[in-house]
Design a protein around this ligand. Sequence first.
Ligand code: URP
Ligand code: ZN
Ligand code: ZN
Ligand code: ZN
Length: 499
Amino acid sequence: QEFDLVLKNAFVNGAYVADIGVKGGIITALGLNLSPTEDTQIIDCEKAIVTPGGIDGHVHLAQDQSPRAKEAGYRCADNVETGTRSAVAGGTTTVMLFAEQSRGQSLLEAVENYHALVASQGSYADYGFHAIITDPSEKVLQEELPVLAQQGIMSMKLFLTYKHMRISDHQFLHALLKARELGMIALVHAENGDLVDFFTEQLEARNLTDSKYKAIAHPSAAEAEATNRAVTFSTVMDTPLLIVHVSVPESAKVIRKAQANLQPIFAETCPQYLLLGKAKLDQEHFCGAKFICSPPLRSEKKDIDAIWRGLVNGTFNIFSSDHCPYRFEDPSGKQLGLTRADNGNPQGMFTKTPNGLPGVETRVPLLFSEGVLRRKCIDVKRFVELTSENPAKLYGMYPQKGAIQIGSDADLVIWHPESFTPRRLKHSRDLHDNCDYSPYEDIEFLNWPKITVLRGRVVFRDGVVQGRSGYGNFIKRGKCAMPVVRVMEQEWDVLHAAV
Ligand code: URP
Ligand code: ZN
Ligand code: ZN
Ligand code: ZN
């Protein structure tokens, strides 16, 4: 057998030592003492752990078309080139990006435009799209969605909050009915928009607008209520769905209960809800604005511990970054979150600060470092499920992605053998995105990917990105392959739907 690349002595998924043979970008052999030929590139892993390339199920890049982004007056810090360069430097080889429809816009046009934008900027990583549907008209659902499914865009994100994006409950049910028919998976941003708007209005009326009030404006009840509603709708429609960026135990419990009732509910959480508490919002010099996201950071004790427990016990199926970066010093000269009050003094305004944190590069190393090595609460197998295997299954690209198996794409992360010296990151020196801070600068990393391989090519090695933008391919995806207990083979029947 001939190979382009052989990884010698790989501690595959922390389970067994083998050589991995790669030909044409695909894993073609797994075994002992694979023999290279003259032109085979050899990497000796020295028994370092090797895991499948990370799949980040939730990444916002160059998503500036939306009215919400325009209204906020800030640009997403990363385009596709810088965002995916950052991804591969942190062991992520596939990213799921968002093609966002504006209200009144054709969904197909929104997706075509985003396709063109991604191609023009060039991706270092492989990528797929979730379609954000803000206007689920009859035409969009009946005519356009089936076309997207044919194009391998098998997921949609639906918002229950944000004024320019939220859909009504009635629209939500129609979207689920269509998702069911097409075998698409719906991602839900579950916060009750009216509740958040009401709390925000009450805070504004009292002039309480510093970053720390963000946590009060988005109470856990808003998340729990919307999660419960989404789970209820999934049940009556007998349609799987995924609750994204879960941040509170009240929601995790609703999800856990639904799962225990054998309902096809999946859930995602993100590094910020495991590692950052709301105290970060309360800092001098308006630095709290760096930590504004939705849902917001939560309480250090009650919430963070519970989210860790949900990660360990399987309530959460995937671990994504929700990378959505804004620079603290915007190129326009504006400082994030800061406006001038009537008296001319600077004033922090969480209501005028765009939502989102950077994190596509730190996601995989953070979970390895904090979950596997420091807390030792998950093993390498669970780490692989959360960061790669489950997103691949959920989003219909398994086992092309998310597995170290014969026939899978040779997307691989080689970790440092045990000799890694723990270190903190310096944003400007160590990270490859275009943001100007990392929320994780205080954290000491206990390991970091040494080498990232995408389809048989080394794209990152020893701190240096070696790939090129434009190498990344669009991944055409199939149906969700997570084990779902009810197969939706029959048409949904209103007469049998009552729960
Ligand atoms: O704060 C966040 N999460 N920003 C990104 C947009 C979203 O809702 O996922
Ligand atoms: Zn209707
Ligand atoms: Zn969201
Ligand atoms: Zn997001």
